[in-house]
Design a protein around this ligand. Sequence first.
Ligand SMILES: Cc1cc2nc3c(=O)[nH]c(=O)nc-3n(C[C@H](O)[C@H](O)[C@H](O)COP(=O)(O)OP(=O)(O)OC[C@H]3O[C@@H](n4cnc5c(N)ncnc54)[C@H](O)[C@@H]3O)c2cc1C
Length: 308
Amino acid sequence: MKRAAGIPLSSTPATTGGGTKIPRDSVQLTDPKLKRKRVVIIGAGFAGLQVVRGLARAPVDVVVIDRENHHVFQPLLYQVATAGLSATSIAVPIRSVLRKQSNARVLLAEATAVDLPNRTLQLGDGDQLDYDYLVVAAGAESHYFGRDEWAENATGLKNVRDALSIREQLLGAFERAEREPDDRKRAALLTAVVIGGGPTGVELAGAISDLGREVVARECPRIDPEDVRVILVEMAERVLTPFDARLSAEAKRQLEELGVEVRLGTPVTEVDDHGVSTDAGRIDAATVCWASGVKPAGLTGAVPRDRS
Ligand SMILES: Cc1cc2nc3c(=O)[nH]c(=O)nc-3n(C[C@H](O)[C@H](O)[C@H](O)COP(=O)(O)OP(=O)(O)OC[C@H]3O[C@@H](n4cnc5c(N)ncnc54)[C@H](O)[C@@H]3O)c2cc1C
């Protein structure tokens, strides 16, 4: 059986008569004489870390599993996507966050399935991990509403990888636009579409517009900043639908002041590697960002729900 990162793994869970599960090989994790219960937490986002911290003085062993080695401050992802901040400004290694918590261990792994009756967690690399208590704090991921293939050309903004990908697309497009002689192709290179007018889409569209105009004006002498287009496409009749209508109107006004074209009541019908199609026509664009919705991260959906 494989082992990962020094954390004891077991494929044959053991339980006592009282139903308490004792990981057979916990000798590597803690002093076996303590026979402490193991709490496994999936996800080192705000929620997962809050739980770990809350257990700092509890007589349990805590194992935090995350598929990334860092905790990320998601509200500032748009700044990384638009080159305002470096990735390291908003991400911190999970191990360093928990370094001083003696009852916590960190495991870099993807949790793929939960065996509730046996209290065993399946990991992506084939290993299994026993637990007494399981906390699923896996967060959310981009939701493409049945069109998962759009993910290839419409990048979501849920993690550092997404943010760096958007940044690369934007800056790469400006570079190519500088030496593109064909007007139509050049226009597409200078166009970014943000799909979804919720908080993420509004924030991102405004920041892209800022970036486009500022960078182009300062560093791309062969491009007219006025040629940079940022188009926010929203299916509903206003942006920021969960908020008061007056705030939606004000957000739209401010976006337009920043140079963003806001297209409301405009469902996207197709996304491909040259742009997007909408009910109201085609938009050729080198950069397309998806901010249209989220759903529980894959594993969360796989955990049976107790509705009692
Ligand atoms: C662009 C953006 C802007 C935001 N702005 C704001 C804001 O201004 N104000 C605000 O209050 N909120 C904001 N939010 C929302 C806020 O960031 C989230 O509500 C919060 O991060 C959720 O925390 P969480 O711990 O539940 O999940 P997350 O922070 O998403 O953490 C989940 C963790 O689980 C890990 N994980 C997932 N699945 C697995 C698996 N199968 N195996 C192992 N690990 C896994 C992930 O790698 C991740 O580290 C924003 C979110 C985004 C994306």
